[in-house]
Design a protein around this ligand. Sequence first.
Ligand SMILES: Nc1ncnc2c1ncn2[C@@H]1O[C@H](COP(=O)(O)OP(=O)(O)OP(=O)(O)O)[C@@H](O)[C@H]1O
Ligand SMILES: [Mg+2]
Length: 252
Amino acid sequence: MALVEAVGVRKSFGHTEVLKGIDLEVERGEVVCLLGPSGAGKSTFLRCVNHLETIDAGRIWVDGVPVGFRSANGKLYELREREAAHQRRDVGMVFQRFNLFPHRTALENVMEGPVQVLGRDRAEVRAEALALLERVGLAEKASSYPAQLSGGQQQRVAIARALAMKPKLMLFDEPTSALDPELVGEVLDVMTSLAREGMTMIVVTHEIGFARSVADRVVFLVDGAVVETGSPADVLDNPRQPRTRQFLAKVL
Ligand SMILES: Nc1ncnc2c1ncn2[C@@H]1O[C@H](COP(=O)(O)OP(=O)(O)OP(=O)(O)O)[C@@H](O)[C@H]1O
Ligand SMILES: [Mg+2]
C-alpha cells in the first residue's frame, strides 16, 4: 500500500463543495507537489490528510491507517479529538505562517513536541534538537527567540520542529509564500535536501522551479478536482489540459 492513499475525498463547507472526489496516492519516499489556483482546495485537502478537517465522503489512509478512524472488530470508529491528536503525531505540517511559540527559543520550539507530547527524556531530545537545527543551518541560532529571526530562519525552525517528531510524512502548505523573495531559497534548499534524504512529502507551492527539480509527481487541482497529474516534465512542460496551460502561463 502507498504511504498515503486518498480515495474519493469529498468535503463541503456549508453548501459549497470544495473537494469533489479527490483520488491521490503518494508512495513512500515520493515528493508530490500540489499546484492550482487560489480556492482550488489545496489547503483543505492537506488539512484533511492531517485530519484537521473531517471529510464528508471517501477515505484517506496514512501508512495503512484510516485517517480519523480506528478499526476494531472489523468496524471503523470515528476518533475523538484526543485520539486524532495522537494519530497526527506521525505527520509533520509546515504552514505559510511560521507558527512558532514566541516566548520560546528556537531550541525550545524544536524540543517542545518530543518533550511535552511524547514525554521523552529532555537531555536526549536536546541533543537531537541541536542536530536538527544544525541540519537546517541554524546551529548558531539555538538560543534566539522567533522575533530575533528572519522569516526564512523561522520557517527553517518550523521545519526542524516538525522533524523532531520523526514524522512518516511531511505536509507543506505554501511554506515560502509569506517570505521576502531573497529568503525563499534557503527554505527550499532545506526542503530539497529533506526530499533527497527520502522523506515522503506533499507540498503545496507556487514555486514551479522547486516542483520541476524536486517533485516526483505534480498534481494540478482546480475547483476541488484533480485536472492533471504526471511527472513535472509532463505537467509543467507539456500540459494537456487547457486549464493547466492557463494557470502555468500566469505563474511562469
Ligand atoms: N473553514 C472554511 N469555511 C468555509 N469555507 C472554507 C473554509 N476553508 C476553506 N474554505 C473555502 O474552500 C475553498 C478552498 O479553499 P482552500 O483554502 O483549500 O484553497 P487553496 O487551494 O488552498 O487556495 P489558496 O491558493 O488561496 O491557498 C475556498 O473557496 C475557501 O473559501
Ligand atoms: Mg491554500
